[in-house]
Design a protein around this ligand. Structure first.
Ligand code: ZN
Length: 311
């Protein structure tokens, strides 16, 4: 199947190897006027599933049925993707903590600056797609100022409205421009990929319906919950992580004190750490879906406080 897009390259800089660094960009113009929606994927290089979500969205869209324009960047951090790392290998920085960046900063800051001035500057709304990375699996969307309708429309069961958002994220150029932006977190860990690709495609289509770019009903889950208090549980020691709850528990309620996983020494096999659920009642937002190696300080589990959640 062929794409109905025009393909462009947004130049960033010349690398030490002499190769040109650029951002790949697909432009899909609808036959009728409407807003410009930006999609971005693989800002973190270890989240390749989002690239496939963008490909499938572009394949399924018919310009005859589209109002407005899609500007889709299927892979933002090409250098990090190549090494399958979260951070840009050349300067070891997390691109998603270095916005708005600047033309004379570190490489990641230069990339952030170009993204703001050459990509987000063209948009009326922006959705940034993420996953849990190589190992964890995740399912929620962020709820930011100005993004309420679009975040809800995406159709995830859990929405997270953080009281202290991470600094330096891709939300900054959108906020400076005054347009809605949100981050969707879906899948990862190479578990349930087909399910999460479909979830992502449906979510983007829902956002387009909310923006009036596509006709049709928004597909929503039976219930949506906004959480405001989230515990990010990072193992204090590394080793082999043995999960005590399965993938089927993602999005489910968990009682405080429940054993989520154990970290075993790969040498002596003794249990070095037990990871337990905080909060009297919590929702499992991110988990580890199988037996795997874990570093101290990795994203282990994310549990939202059910007591401070609202429908
Ligand atoms: Zn990410």
């Amino acid at each position: 199947m062929t794409l109905n897009t025009t393909y462009e390259k947004i130049p960033v800089t010349t690398l030490a190897s002499g190769f040109e660094l650029f951002f790949p960009l697909h432009r899909l113009e609808g036959r009728r006027p409407g807003p410009t929606l930006g999609l971005s994927a693989v800002v973190h290089g270890d989240e390749p599933l989002t690239n496939e979500v963008v490909r499938q969205v572009l394949m399924r869209l018919d310009p005859a049925e589209l109002r407005g324009t899609i500007l889709a960047m299927p892979i933002v951090n090409t250098l990090a993707f190549e090494s399958l790392t979260r951070h840009t290998p050349i300067d070891m920085l997390d691109l998603n903590r270095n916005f708005p960046g600047g033309p004379s900063g570190w490489l990641s800051e230069q990339m952030a600056h170009v993204l703001g001035t050459r990509f987000v500057s063209q948009l009326d709304a922006h959705v940034d797609l993420h996953t849990g990375g190589v190992f964890p699996t995740v399912d929620y969307v962020y709820l930011f100022e100005r993004s309420r309708e679009l975040s809800m429309a995406f159709g995830s069961t859990f929405l997270f409205a953080p009281s202290n958002p991470y600094p330096g994220t891709f939300s900054i150029p959108a906020r400076e421009k005054g347009i809605p932006f949100f981050t969707a977190e879906l899948g990862g860990g190479s578990f349930l990929d087909a399910h999460y690709i479909e979830h992502g495609v449906r979510g983007v289509m829902n956002v387009m319906k909310q923006l009036g770019m596509l006709d049709g009903e928004i597909v929503r889950p039976p219930r949506q919950t906004i959480v405001t208090e989230m515990a990010v549980i990072r193992p204090q020691v590394g080793g082999m992580l043995h999960p005590e709850i399965g993938l089927d528990q993602l999005g489910k309620e968990v009682k405080g004190g429940t054993l989520l996983a154990r970290v075993l020494s790969p040498h002596t096999f003794e249990t070095l750490e037990e990871i337990r659920a905080p909060f009297e009642r919590g929702y499992v937002i991110l988990l580890r879906g199988g037996l795997m190696r874990v570093h101290p300080g990795d994203y282990g589990y994310m549990i939202a406080n059910a007591e401070t959640a609202r429908d």
